[in-house]
Design a protein around this ligand. Structure first.
Ligand SMILES: [Zn+2]
Ligand SMILES: [Zn+2]
Length: 174
């Protein structure tokens, strides 16, 4: 979804579009899939040099659990705004925008790529560690079994090495 900057007027331009099955950063550790998201946008001109973009996205993304590595889907729902300016000095300054997630971007080129704006924001908002569920037990470091599906038989091997010494000591005594 690309909008020509020259066509943005003071009267807000509103619409929506969809992103489906988009794989983010394929091959990287941070990769995730935008399964199905609907994006609402509003664009309007503030001045000759400034354009305001407001976006709201809502839908589902698929992540790999950091703890057990299984894929799971999670809801995403976010609003943010971007003030585009063709004035480089303004783009460097800190500007407070209405709404908590506003930021300023230097306007380069003749178009604003709305899809790219959404994807960039999603990438920023994804937590570093994401879990399929709050109490995910992860995988056994010894046999690799997903412990959410049940216990494995590695309890003895995973015993604290200090207990091993005690065990040897007690065995000697006998
Ligand atoms: Zn998990
Ligand atoms: Zn195990």
């Amino acid at each position: 979804m690309r909008i020509e900057v020259a066509k943005i007027e003071q009267r807000p331009l509103r619409g929506y579009f969809r992103i489906q099955d988009h794989v983010m950063d394929p091959g990287s550790n941070d990769s995730f899939t935008v399964k199905d998201c609907v994006i609402e946008y509003e664009l309007y001109r503030i001045s000759e040099a400034e354009v305001m973009l407001k976006l709201h996205y809502e839908g589902s993304c698929q992540f790999a659990c950091t703890t057990c590595l299984e894929a799971y889907e999670s809801r995403v729902d976010e609003s943010f705004s971007v003030l585009f300016t063709s004035n480089p000095e303004e783009a460097e300054g800190v500007v407070t925008l209405e709404g908590k997630d506003g930021f300023v971007q230097l306007l380069t080129g003749d178009v604003i790529d709305l899809e790219q704006q959404v994807l960039d924001t999603m990438r920023l908002n994804v937590p570093m560690a994401h879990q399929c569920r709050p109490d995910c037990r992860g995988i056994c470091p010894n046999c690799g079994k997903n412990l959410n599906e049940g216990d494995c038989n590695c309890v003895v091997e995973m015993m604290d090495p200090r207990w091993k010494d005690l065990e040897l000591f007690l065995n000697k005594k006998e």
